[in-house]
Ligand binder design. Sequence first.
Ligand code: ATP
Length: 356
Amino acid sequence: MTGVVVEDVTKSFGATPVLRGVTLTAPPGTLTAVLGRSGCGKTTLLRIVAGFDHPDAGTVALHGRTVAGPGRTLPPERRGIGYLTQEGSLFPHLTVAANVLFGLPRRERRQGGARVAALLETVDLAPELADRHPHELSGGQQQRVALARALAPEPAVILLDEPFSSLDAGLRADTQRAVAKALAAAGATALLVTHDRAEALALADQVAVMRDGVIAQVDAPGAIYRDPVDPGVAALVGDAVLLDGRREGAGRVACALGVLPLRSDVPDAGAVRVLVRPEQLVVGRDGPGVPARVRTREFRGPDLTVELALGGGVGDGVDGVDGAVVVAARLPGDADVVPGDDVTVSVRGAVTAYRV
Ligand SMILES: Nc1ncnc2c1ncn2[C@@H]1O[C@H](COP(=O)(O)OP(=O)(O)OP(=O)(O)O)[C@@H](O)[C@H]1O
């Protein structure tokens, strides 16, 4: 098997287990985002793939070659990897060109001018930046230089540890696009560690959700958003409305939002947890669905988020919150609703239920 293959890797620091049996395959030439909350073990996994840390058990293979496993450890410099950190870690005293040149194998450095120019173009940096020093660049430009340097030796595998997290929102989107394009052009197998779900969903070919030192689910971005394996993964990959419910006949579930169709049926036994995405909620004045009262409104430009108190207490003169189930809905930015409005809420499309 080519690509990056991690099998049953465990790692503890002292008595604290950090990786509890991580298994993950990143197909060749694709970008896999490892998404998880802070402290779940993402960086540790990346460092083990790179060879900066060693697994207690399990194996790592890069393009068919075992680089870590029982009785076998290949040092980082012989693994054919590039590593890009949050800070990029450029040499401050070297120009952009010299920084990138440093990434080339020693024997190619003397004749490296054309290659440096090509690498800068790959990461979407203007040629005139070649003579600047890192402090004369924006954070996003610095990250692109660092990526150009990491790509210089043409690594088969590139490891990216939160490379965009220190960039402000405007720079981040541009830099993400440039990096994704450069990685695709390089054809490297990439592992991107991030806690930013929007970044993971936008950039990756597959998203691996990591939780408590294990991979909870690996899937294409659309699939993992639509069909998360459990409510925890659902909430990690997107905003989630999670409600208590029970099955109500074949393929249907009853909850505070009414009786709703299921994407796939659940066994007819006991309570379930119902997942609805905020964009599935349709808010009207006298439409179908259940009554609700608008509790809060948060304007975000193209859209806005409202908190709705469902059912109980609505219309009885109190503020509709006590004892009511509260859900968040996403509406178009020009939606004409304000706190205190009485509305109706229905659900567009089918929902997912999990047995509890
Ligand atoms: N060298 C080390 N010695 C002891 N504990 C460590 C070491 N490296 C990491 N840890 C611990 O292992 C856990 C996982 O750390 P890791 O950096 O892998 O998480 P992460 O998911 O990358 O988090 P973040 O997004 O905050 O970087 C943390 O509790 C951390 O404190």
